[in-house]
Design a protein around this ligand. Sequence first.
Ligand code: G3I
Length: 373
Amino acid sequence: MASRRNVLKAGARSAASMVPLMLGLPACGQTVACEGPVEAASDRPLRAQAEDRGLLFGVAADRGALEGDLSYAQSIAAECSLLTPENDMKWQALRPKPDSFAFDDADWLVTFAEENGLRVHGHTLAWHYQLPDWFETTVDSANASSFLRDHIETVVGRYAGRVRSWDVVNEAIEPQDGRDDGLRRTPWLQRLGPDYIDLAYHAAAEADPDAVLVYNDYDIEYEGGYFEDRRRHLLDLLTGMVERGVPIHALGVQSHLRGHHQPEFDSFIAFLAEVADLGLDLMVTELDVRDHELAADVAERDCGVAATYQAYLDAVLDQPRLRSLAVWGLSDRYSWLSEFEPRDDGLPVRPLPLDREMKRKPAWNAISKALAG
Ligand code: G3I
């Protein structure tokens, strides 16, 4: 069991897997050509290679995985400089009852991060998902603003100075919900209208004036009408917030990529320039690459995943206002995709930089190569 002590002292780092990529032939559904072996630019930890570019390299993880798996805790402490609680700071985790908070797991994570030289990115203060069971029948239009404000003041206030940035509102855009403003019909919007968004950021800024306040969303990266529509509504949302003087400082782009999609990001890059013109910084917050439509063969699949990492990061790392790059899990042993987007053939998914044995993969090499510019 990994104690909270500096886990780096407890064992050796994972050996660099310099397994060169096999030349993968495009397989069924695999559109990302594998150009050939991807060699890492360095075998230094990704946190060090990211720091060379003034970036934090982050990961999402929960107490359960870190406390129960020393090899995982060691790998994260070695490779990362930023930790995002994957679930342990969500309403479902923090709020067992309407009048109580449960901070044990979140406290453990923040202490783990501090003891291993990682910063903490809080996730997330206002989301439509993973709300506690009591929420639906307890929170109504009359008390919703008090519940939201009290939650944010309590949570952000508790970690003021320790959690340096927050995903204040997560995934508020959903054009398919049919609103002219493209906002998702979240439980918060249903009770408070769109004002819940501004309320959340003002409450967070009052609770910790030094915290970097982030808006976080997904599916804004690729070409095509679905992604363009989301980008358009998101830009409108951010523009309005900035014009109203809402204390928002950065856009979080989740970056849950698709190994089977053509890695073209020109429209995304143009969008990021418009976001930067609003004076907002940029964070890649939840990077991983879905491989469920790629070949079963591990070398081919790893090749396609690595090529997607590299193509995306080659596009994003040049963004002047990029502040951090975080993967949503560091090892294939802990990916949300195992549950949410499993492969039809039942093979374990391979979306992340380390394999299930904490060995570096071609994806790790691709991140290293992209960071080296
Ligand atoms: O904690 C309970 C546990 O008590 C219970 O025994 C178990 C039974 O299945 O469920 C556990 O809760 C699970 C929770 O993760 C914690 O492990 C939920 O079922 C499961 O649905 C939940 O999945 C999380 C998912 O968000 C929920 O949408 C993933 O781990 C997490 O990686 C994922 O993260 C989201 C970001 O927060 C926002 N962006 C998208 C990203 C991927 O969906």
